[in-house]
Design a binder for this molecule. Sequence first.
Ligand SMILES: Cc1cc2nc3c(=O)[nH]c(=O)nc-3n(C[C@H](O)[C@H](O)[C@H](O)COP(=O)(O)OP(=O)(O)OC[C@H]3O[C@@H](n4cnc5c(N)ncnc54)[C@H](O)[C@@H]3O)c2cc1C
Length: 464
Amino acid sequence: MDVDVAVIGAGTAGLAAERSARRAGAKTLLIDDRFAGTTCATVGCMPSKLLIAAARAAHSVASSSKFGIGVDGYKVDGPAVLRRVRQLRDEFVQSTLKSIDELPDGVRLQGMAKFVGPNLLQVGAGQVRAKSIVVATGASPSIPKLLDNLDGILTNETVFELKDIPRSMAVLGAGPLGLELAQAFARLGARVAVFDEGEKIAALKDGKVAEVLHRLLAREFDLNLGTTIHSARNIDGGVELSLQGRTSGVQVFDCILLAAGRPPNVRALGLENSHIELNEHGVPIFDRNSMQCQNSSIFMAGDADADVPVLHEASAEGAIAGYNAASFPDIRKFPRATPFAITFVDPAVATVGKPASHDTIIGAIDFIDQGRAKVDGINSGILRLYADRNGCIEGACMAAPEGEHLAHLIAWAIETKQTAMSLLAMPIYHPTLEEGLRTALRQICKQIDSDIPGHMDQGSVPGI
Ligand SMILES: Cc1cc2nc3c(=O)[nH]c(=O)nc-3n(C[C@H](O)[C@H](O)[C@H](O)COP(=O)(O)OP(=O)(O)OC[C@H]3O[C@@H](n4cnc5c(N)ncnc54)[C@H](O)[C@@H]3O)c2cc1C
């Protein structure tokens, strides 16, 4: 088979790449081993957010007494919770399958693809020759050898198939994925313990935010950093873990959820036949503004490139890779959006823009006394806003109530090159969580000796 652009992987990145290459006039071929739906819809963003939504409902019932509302004897119906997760998940999957069904005839090819030359792929018994190739093969959970053959080991690919909420669960990995599911299962009634051999929580670089988050999450489940699993075995229908490090000893759980990384699916791709240079992890070296691997006709997109494994980036990278694959060797470099990541725990964790450096100006807000947060009984968390010496907003890190929305405002402020002064001139309604941003913005103005214009109020509205 001869095509202009072959795309390997029909996930979010691959679908975007194929669309973009076809729109640019290329004869395309989309290759996938399963065509079963994207990771996002099947075993990623959507089922995890569905579980978190149920957990949020349970938490709001469990914490309603602070409003004087007693809900005696409420119960989490585990099987019903998980049935809803799967039912709505399946609806999301159906809509991604529909977009695959709508592809023009001859664009789909099912099978595992492998490079046999820089422009030649083996797919099953046939070969595909392509002028350009986009690698959009995604990532898969890593399973440590010592847990490999045990029962009760779950990953993001199996956890949403549970029929009931387990009585106890160990989560290995204190990154975004591990923490989201740990808090959700804890709120739905499981005894949860998280173990991570590293010292970072939610991959945060801002130590102050990490400290606050650690304290808040540790109220809901057991959170153990600096702890390794020395050995594991099945006993009495569960898994016994022998722990070493800051937490040591032996603990038994109904099941173990692996959330300690999802390496890119590049090992079985035969990249050694592609003649492109790989980094020390076996991932092709590529330019993130063109997605091109050096000067070759091979392009990367999505989780496969191990750059920023989040959905909106997978989609953006797919579109750039597809466009450039179609126009190869005429390559264009495209600007990338402000870095932006959210971990859907409560309070929500978000990082936006650049991390702080030694000369960053930082304005902060502690939500403990923030008016609207107090009204809603969600007054815990912190937001730290970063600016340069001219007050230009560069980034933020937060573990904040409704932080996903505040993070969007900040991301858009960075994209549009706003300063602390220009943002203070914009309207913010009262009483809202957004008012918390004002406090941080004023602190930045004070530190850079930038006067808030005389006609603008410099005090706080009561209740902020
Ligand atoms: C539990 C979880 C929660 C998440 N939550 C969020 C979230 O809230 N927000 C967010 O932005 N991101 C989230 N993500 C990340 C997001 O899901 C991914 O960034 C995104 O789905 C990656 O898309 P992709 O196209 O790169 O990969 P995929 O969708 O995995 O597509 C890759 C495709 O390639 C196929 N393939 C692999 N190798 C071959 C081969 N050799 N030949 C043929 N086909 C092959 C695979 O079968 C698959 O169909 C989450 C991820 C997980 C696991």
